[in-house]
Ligand binder design. Structure first.
Ligand code: AMP
Length: 501
């Protein structure tokens, strides 16, 4: 299928061609015809799949088909996004794809003065891209009316929920006219999201691409077993030796992001941190510098990096492994976008091995281990996870220049050392005695792990990293003096995968 087959206007076809797009991505192929026909859409797709164009192109076509009669210019399309960065990027996409169309778009978000936004709104806007908080503020002050709305897009609905915006979202929805087209996008469909979708969609068509539990085939994944205090040395080593020109590095906390950026600067690697405590200007400056190549490394927390789209980003480093498996999928989706190849490197310390197991179960593959590096952990490598689905361990070459390739692990070595109990051992919430500050790093940004429902002591499940694993099992291990296992884990509790619908 080509874009020409999608019944899009010449102006839009020219715009996508000018962007270098030749073939619509699967979500575009599936969603665009229905959205053009005016249907409600439930799109299950993560960032990096081309979902923005999947909704922006049909919206631009439908709105431009009947341009507003002169005079007042009411908001006819609202796109709600969870973060400022994503709002900016979606706004840019409307600008890019809508070039040459008689439509105006604007982006509004908090953290900056509202006056310029108010002025833009006064001048009339067809497509408004907004984060929920600032939108509600401006609605309450009478600067935004959604009475004439024709299309509503809820983008990254699951992230909205994670970030605690669900009440704001519901308040916005209440202000929308009931007769409208709704396009609902989410990377995952946990029950709360399904409820929300049911309540706002009318006879939707469901389109789905690569569920968030699968990682793009174009991303080569590697894990380095390394002790926590050695991560810094390993990162500098990889940046110096590993032929990495530019990398997005993820940390779990804001404090961690600052520290890593500072350490890298100290080692002569240009870098900056972005997270929720940074001003909008500082975040944008860092992003621009990273995009332009002035900065070699951008260190980010999950929330700050959400929706960031950097063309040609070929390296993602998980300096800390996320305790929510889907977060791993989102992170590594920053690279290998739109068919390009990328490499996702994860550092896994002794305490994070349980997270790795959860991730491997979620993505249903084992992440190849890089053993030949100077900072390798003294602890034997854990046994590989056995995947009930029979999915073969990933054995693709790393495609990574002079770096060692991952070692494929033998499959079927006794059921994965009792992993079957894993799911039941997981605990929701329950920060337990460790609290959020055990490492002196503060809480993970966004408070996901702070939202626990009480639970029962959080980290019991981490016991899997010791005991029965002593022999090293089926995963070739580098035998050195075993490091002492941590007694009380200060890490946030592991979070279970959402249920799939
Ligand atoms: P998104 O999932 O909307 O964040 O898009 C991810 C990236 O894919 C962006 O850099 C888009 O510019 C790019 N993209 C979107 N559609 C296509 C396409 N059909 N062909 C090539 N790149 C695309």
């Amino acid at each position: 299928m080509t874009f020409d087959d999608l019944q899009l206007h010449d102006t839009l076809l020219r715009a996508v061609k000018a962007e270098g797009y030749t073939t619509p991505t699967p979500i575009q192929q599936k969603a665009i015809p229905h959205a053009l026909a005016g249907r409600d859409v439930l799109g299950v797709a993560q960032t990096g799949t081309g979902k923005t164009a999947a909704f922006a192109l049909p919206i631009l076509q439908r709105l431009s088909a009947k341009a507003p009669a002169g005079g007042a210019r009411p908001v006819r399309c609202l796109v709600l996004t969870p973060t400022r960065e994503l709002a900016g990027q979606v706004g840019d996409s409307f600008g890019t794809y809508g070039k040459g169309l008689p439509l105006r778009h604007a982006v509004i978000f908090g953290g900056v003065g509202q006056n310029p936004q108010v002025q833009t709104l006064r001048n009339g806007v067809d497509v408004l891209v907004a984060t929920p908080g600032r939108l509600l503020d401006l609605m309450e002050q009478g600067f935004v009316s959604l009475r004439s709305l024709e299309v509503f897009v809820l983008d990254e609905a699951d992230r909205m929920l994670d970030m605690g915006f669900i009440h704001d979202v519901r308040r916005v929805i209440k202000a929308l006219p009931p007769k409208r087209q709704t396009l609902f996008f989410s990377a995952t469909l946990p029950p709360d999201i399904v409820d929300l979708a049911r309540s706002i969609l009318t006879d939707p068509i469901r389109v789905e691409v690569t569920p968030a539990s699968s990682t793009a085939e174009t991303v080569s994944q590697q894990v380095y077993f390394v002790e926590r205090e050695q991560k810094r040395g390993l990162l500098t080593h990889l940046l110096k030796e590993g032929n990495i020109h530019r990398a997005l590095v993820f940390t779990r906390t804001k404090h961690g992001a600052n520290r890593v950026a500072k350490q890298l600067e100290g080692a002569g690697v240009s870098s900056a941190a972005i997270h929720g405590n940074k001003s909008q200007n500082a975040r944008e400056r860092a992003l621009d510098e990273f995009r332009s190549g002035t900065l070699r490394v951008l260190v980010a927390t999950d929330i700050a990096a959400r929706g960031i789209d950097i063309d040609g980003l070929s390296y993602v480093v998980n300096y800390d492994l996320p305790n929510v498996p889907e977060q791993y999928v989102h992170r590594i989706g920053r690279t290998g976008r739109a068919g390009a190849s990328g490499t996702a490197v994860s550092f896994c310390d002794a305490e994070e091995r349980a997270y790795l197991r959860d991730i491997e179960r979620t993505i249903r593959r084992n992440v190849p281990v890089v053993e030949d590096h100077p900072y390798r952990s003294g602890q034997p490598a854990p046994r590989p996870v056995s995947h009930a689905s029979g999915a073969a361990p990933e054995a693709r070459p790393s495609g990574n220049g002079g770096r060692p390739q991952g070692t494929p692990r033998p499959a079927g070595n006794g059921g994965g050392g009792g992993h079957s109990a894993g799911a039941s051992r997981r605990r929701r919430g329950g920060r337990g005695g460790a609290g959020g500050g055990g490492r002196g790093q503060g809480r993970p940004e966004g408070g996901r792990s702070a939202q626990g429902s009480g639970g029962s002591g959080g980290n019991a499940s981490r016991g899997g990293q010791g005991g029965s694993r002593g022999s090293g099992g089926g995963r070739p291990a580098v035998a050195q003096a075993p490091a002492k296992a941590p007694e009380a884990s200060p890490l946030p509790p592991r979070r279970p995968s959402p249920k799939w619908f």
